[in-house]
Write a protein that binds this ligand. Sequence first.
Ligand code: ADP
Ligand code: MG
Length: 314
Amino acid sequence: MSDEKSVEDLPGVGPATAEKLKEAGFDDLMSIAVSSPSSLVEAADIGEATAIKIIGAAKKLADVGGFLTGDVVMEMRNQVSKLTSSSRALDELLGGGLESGAITEFFGEFGSGKTQITHQLCVNNFRPIEDGGQEAHSIFIDTENTFRPERIVQMATAHDLDPTEVLQTIHVARAFNSHHQMLLVEKARDIAKEHPIRLLIVDSLTAHFRAEYIGRGVLAERQQKLNKHLHHIMQFSHLNKAVVAVTNQVSAKPDAFFGDPTRAIGGHILAHTSTFRLYLRKSKGNRRIARLIDSPNLPEGEAVITISEDGVRD
Ligand code: ADP
Ligand code: MG
């Protein structure tokens, strides 16, 4: 139905505008329907009033934005898939695993296990659905140069998977700065046209932003950029029914702006966009404690996990 309509079918969108929109990644009705007027203004050199009209028309054609009855919402909720973390306790804390169409944020200090978890998720995403996987490909945006294929091999082997086959499903890109990091999400959309991408990792979401925007004077700009980035990530998640896991650092010493070391950086914007926030802290030996901070439908709670050569476990 609505899939047959394309960007060119929108009133007010001529060939030149359509071309500009497509170049900016707005290449189907859904991506326009869920965008903000200002992003279209920027992408296509159009006025704000036109942008609002285009978005309204896209919402109608793509059939989004109306009211639904609770039972229909329930049915849609049942289509949400859950990706296992390889720890039963952590999966339970998250209501059965990491949810598709939502952002799960892991924050914690250096060495708390954030990167290990993201590697484990890439391995698990390859696994059969009956094993808690999604039989799909993953995208890994690596900002700290900590992606290690060797770890994937270890974790895949521990789950009796062919390590090479698993590696072939993980699309890794190193982000050199925050601007590049944002571009990579757009690039991810192209990869999603060629492969079934059901997992997007951004490890770390905030490191570049934090390093590049220093001082109170640029705080607003940093948050604005981060906000835009998160919206693109959320869009990707919706369009591909993908699980999104992002990491966020907290420093052991108090942050100049956010004081409390256990508070994730990124401020209100990140706090409001992440659907699930997990605070990781070190415990004895290879144990880590994951605390669910914020969730729309789950109680707060904690899970103890371990990190070994095999990966994440109870
Ligand atoms: P961060 O939160 O900074 O991303 P990491 O996810 O990189 O932290 O966690 C690093 C920790 O993971 C190490 O301190 C170690 O405890 C554990 N780890 C990493 N690789 C291995 C391995 N091959 N075998 C066992 N434990 C490992
Ligand atoms: Mg890390």
